[in-house]
Design a protein around this ligand. Sequence first.
Ligand SMILES: Nc1ncnc2c1ncn2[C@@H]1O[C@H](COP(=O)(O)OP(=O)(O)OP(=O)(O)O)[C@@H](O)[C@H]1O
Length: 360
Amino acid sequence: MSANNTIFARFHCHIGDFTLKVNLNLPGSGLTALFGHSGCGKTTLLRCIAGLQPASGELVVNGDTWHNAHESRPVHQRPLAYVFQETSLFPHLSVERNLNYGYRRVPVNQRRIQFDQAVEWLGLACLLKRMPQKLSGGERQRVAIARALLTSPQLLLMDEPLSALDQASKREILPYLERLRDTLAIPILYVSHSVAEVARLADHVVMLNQGQVTASGSLQQTLARTDQPFGLEESAAIILPARITTQDTQWHLSLAEFDGGQLWLPSEPRIPVGSDVRVQVLARDVSLALSANHDQSIQNLIHGRIDEIAEEISPGTSLVRVLAGKTPFLARLTTRSVHTLGLSPGKPVWLQIKAAALAD
Ligand SMILES: Nc1ncnc2c1ncn2[C@@H]1O[C@H](COP(=O)(O)OP(=O)(O)OP(=O)(O)O)[C@@H](O)[C@H]1O
């Protein structure tokens, strides 16, 4: 990562009994998710970055020093925008005037995002004349995100922006966030409790535990780690980037090709051939065999090699990581199967994948 495309964040602070101590090199673009149990310090880290929480250390955003031992820019001089869980739009101003509030304060020659562009990105054209109390929760968050973008920030901080929304509103807003992630040159730091949200949105993941970083890496590599809470959950899953190459209309299946093989998925006619997608495979839907057994119902058989066998994650249950090409998979097996099959790192195996689906 070059310094001009990196967020370098090193902080040390105490709040009461809690200590945050982190040293991170993050991508200077795309969406980085901050993930971890309640109280692990996710919000505190965002507050350090925003300059709201005093801390020693250093913060350099894409080559621009915001904080170090000699100088620290005050909050209002940091070119960032913050979107919270509960949005406070001005209740007496229409959507349009709420959006204009921050936009007008940015000098014309410093506006990197134009009004119409933000309205289009967040699908707000038909809501501009509405008052905030006439908006749904999801619509309000879309307005809040557009308003944040219209201040032309160089960094977007989002602290659980979907957690106050119901399931339907979350589903409605996720495609807008995906689009921003893929379109914006601005890096996004996104706090979330939800594995599903992280799987769908993140490019990079930071795992925090008790104020310390326990993992920081690409989404694909981090989800496939056997030493992180993701792997221990009953819903442990890997995400793999893939491309839809065939739509089989007869059997209602789509073929997704990835670096290391291909997988059949339930058909997604709305996704055209050639689309890049994220495929999710749950560890509990993967079993392993020593030979390719075609005489059975599972259609997805992928050749791989055992990379790692984790300590038992619960009595009698083991987590095995297998590499197919460079793509990591997790398989949740009984420990007895691990012994019966004589599994060990380096051994060639066949992954039998019972179910795979687009991350949703
Ligand atoms: N003003 C405060 N005074 C004392 N302790 C605080 C204060 N603010 C935060 N803390 C403590 O600091 C720790 C980290 O809090 P933080 O809000 O950063 O966690 P979090 O990971 O964002 O949690 P959550 O997911 O529940 O929002 C917690 O133990 C919290 O109790």
